[in-house]
Design a protein around this ligand. Structure first.
Ligand code: SAM
Length: 220
């Protein structure tokens, strides 16, 4: 713990001044102009650089990606998380909006990927008992409980016994969840009840890393 004579705070100010000098700002502007367009979705936190998202990537995604297994992502958006899932033998990317899958294709389009437009909570063309891992981040936060229940039931069908599911969902008990009017009426208790009622076993939850949502991992 630094004492009163620490140089910590002046060092931080001087770092900031160095990084924001004219030359460095000019370099950043040039880099921005010549670099490829950023992923749609990085505005919600870049899993390469933003603390909570780095943590989520390392704890809930990377350990589950196996070259002999099948993954499925719901609501991939621009591919913020999809890029870490490409190591699956087969990866289903399921979205309600074809436009979002087109955006995803601009960033990630590998032969092991299968793009599926669904009807809101189903998995058209995905065989029963065939998926090892399902993930959905920043999608269920917007889904009303009746859609979440429908999804959970359909996940139970396509997931193998012992397969993992990782979801983030709206937590209206948190200030961040209350402030976001696009977030659905959900809470850790309600989510737990829905997951258990669908026949899953809850393995772990994180109620702290995200300020407006919860994270839950469960198995079939
Ligand atoms: C806020 S974006 C999040 C995208 C990405 N998962 C991320 O974290 O950057 C929500 C995504 O969920 C998709 N979506 C919305 N409702 C859906 C539904 N009922 N089923 C599947 N995808 C849905 C949207 O089209 C979009 O791709």
């Amino acid at each position: 713990m630094p004492d009163l004579d620490t140089s910590l705070h002046l060092d931080m100010l001087h770092d900031y001044e160095r990084q924001n000098g004219l030359l460095n700002r000019f370099r950043r502007a040039v880099r921005e102009m010549v670099s490829p367009r950023a992923f749609y979705g990085l505005q919600w936190g870049d899993p390469e650089t933003s603390g909570p998202q780095v943590y989520m990537r390392d704890k809930y995604i990377l350990p589950y990606v196996k070259p002999d297994q099948v993954g499925l992502e719901i609501g991939p958006g621009g591919g913020r998380w999809t890029r870490y899932l490409l190591g699956f033998k087969h990866l289903y990317v399921v979205d309600y909006h074809a436009e979002l899958l087109s955006e995803l294709r601009r960033q990630c389009n590998q032969v092991n990927m299968q793009f599926i437009v669904n009807h809101g909570s189903d998995f058209p063309g995905v065989p029963a008992n065939s998926v090892d891992y399902i993930v959905s981040i920043a999608c269920f936060v917007h889904l009303e409980p009746y859609l979440i229940e429908s999804y959970l039931s359909n996940m139970h069908s396509v997931l193998k016994t012992g397969g993992n599911v990782v979801l983030t969902y709206s937590d209206k008990t948190k200030v961040g969840g209350q402030l976001n009017s696009t977030f659905s009426q959900n809470s850790p208790e309600r989510m737990r009840n829905m997951v258990k009622a669908a026949g899953f076993h809850i393995v772990e939850e994180d109620l702290t890393v995200l300020w407006n949502s919860g994270i839950i991992r469960f198995i079939r």
